[in-house]
Design a protein around this ligand. Structure first.
Ligand code: AMP
Length: 420
């Protein structure tokens, strides 16, 4: 073992478990690719001000959890704590919104960084796959995103997740609600930190998980009773469209999220097998974000699903993904001449698109066959001096255990045929 370990709050993804991560990323991305979303990749760090303005100066993400630093050149940067602000920044910078094709639909996949207290399901480096639909105010696009996330989870075989849905109103109705909420909260018995929150970000108090706070919140004014007619009608349409698609959800009038930019539709995907870190994904509408970062008015909606927690959710439900073995053919040469001949066959198979591997290191038959077994290969090719003299290799079917000689000059064609 080296003297170095992965930094606190991080972990390494190693085979064979890493295959499940790739499969989860792929499963989340597939419905997006199939629905008009184009792939976008942005840098792992951005100007710190983008997140301060975009995510919100008063959020935990910005005040406590951001990896912010100054470069040698004097730039103030931060490792990205989330994807939306970066994606919108990139879309605006490239004028994607001016190409006359709104909404601009984008999906992304990558690593995100938050200096959080690590625990199961909460890491300082984690992965998300996300989607954003930029520049359209249409309940159908909010519904589309919720339906696609649901489809992703279901395609993985997940069942014990719930969709929580709320509307956070807009710039017309939210301020009225905010004031009513502040009045109510000021009458409660709260600690100093929470009292400070009442002034800066009162909606976040609704999200406080402590029982002594939740108890006092009975009778708290709810945003749904303050929604303006436009927000109410919009939300009603989102609900109807999701319902018509057969996607079940729960209205959660207290759902708020840890980012300031959300307006109207807000949702979270929670999994009941994950304990305290139960949110596997979340998102919503962010109609004001573009203007907050200096762009034009561009009503938008998006979500991000956590890859790490989705993998934990699969484990919690005991779902084993049906991942095909990565290797189809494994070659075991006995002797130098066989090494040369079989290595050439493996190269040829690979060029034909057949997954093939080789017993490297000149080990004996026993050790090499162990590797062949471990590789999960369907067929093994074994050849020694006598086989070569006969112009054959031994083809072993690892499922039936049967073995037969196959002429060397037809073995690639034969394997191609067998593997269909
Ligand atoms: P958020 O941007 O906070 O809504 O995060 C969206 C999703 O990313 C969450 O639902 C989690 O699945 C995942 N996520 C957020 N923070 C972490 C973290 N520190 N560790 C692991 N996953 C996270």
């Amino acid at each position: 073992m080296s003297t170095f370990k992965a930094p606190k709050g991080t972990y390494d993804l190693l085979p064979p478990d890493s295959a499940a991560y790739l499969a989860v990323r792929e499963a989340i991305a597939a419905p997006l690719r199939n629905s008009g979303y184009g792939y976008i990749e942005t840098p792992g760090f951005e100007n710190v001000e983008l997140f301060a303005r975009g995510v919100g100066e008063s959020t935990d993400i910005v005040t406590k959890e951001m990896y912010a630093f100054e470069t040698k050149g004097g730039d103030r940067l931060a490792l990205r704590p989330e994807g939306t602000a970066s994606v919108l920044r990139a879309a605006l910078e490239a004028n994607l919104h001016k190409a006359g094709n709104l909404p601009v639909k984008l999906w992304y996949s990558g690593s995100y960084y938050r200096y959080e207290r690590p625990q199961k399901g909460r890491y300082r480096h984690f992965s998300q796959v996300g989607a954003e639909a930029i520049g359209a105010e249409d309940p159908a696009i909010d519904a589309e995103l919720i339906i696609l996330a649901d489809q992703s989870y279901r395609s993985l075989g997940l069942k014990d997740f719930r969709i929580l849905l709320n509307s956070l109103g807009d710039s017309e109705c939210r301020p009225v609600y905010r004031a009513a909420l502040q009045d109510f909260l000021r009458g409660l018995d709260l600690d100093e930190d929470t009292r400070r929150r009442i002034d800066i970000n009162p909606l976040r108090v609704l999200d406080d998980k402590r029982p002594q706070v939740q108890e006092q919140l009975t009778g708290v004014p709810l945003l749904r009773d303050y929604l303006c007619d436009a927000c109410k009608a919009y939300h009603e349409q989102v609900r109807e469209l999701i319902t018509a698609a057969g996607v079940r959800y729960e209205d959660d009038p207290k759902l708020v999220r840890g980012l300031d930019y959300y307006t109207r539709t807000t949702f979270e995907f929670v999994h009941d097998g994950l304990g305290s870190q139960s949110a596997v994904g979340g998102g919503g509408r962010y109609d004001g974000l573009s203007e907050m970062i200096g762009g034009p008015a561009l009503p938008s909606v998006g979500w991000a699903l956590g890859v790490d927690r989705t993998v934990l959710a699969l484990e919690a439900e005991g779902v084993r993904l049906d991942l095909p073995s990565t290797t189809s053919v494994f070659a075991v040469p006995l002797g130098d001449e066989a090494r040369r001949v079989l290595f050439a066959k493996i190269t040829e198979l690979r060029r034909k698109g057949i997954a093939a591997d080789f017993a490297f290191g000149g080990r004996g038959l026993k050790g090499a066959m162990k590797s062949a077994n471990r590789s999960g290969a369907r067929y093994t090719l074994v050849a020694g001096e006598r086989d070569l003299a006969d112009g054959v290799a031994q083809l072993k079917d690892m499922e039936s255990g049967e073995q037969r000689p196959v002429a060397l000059d037809t073995v690639v064609a034969e394997l191609t045929r067998l593997l269909g």
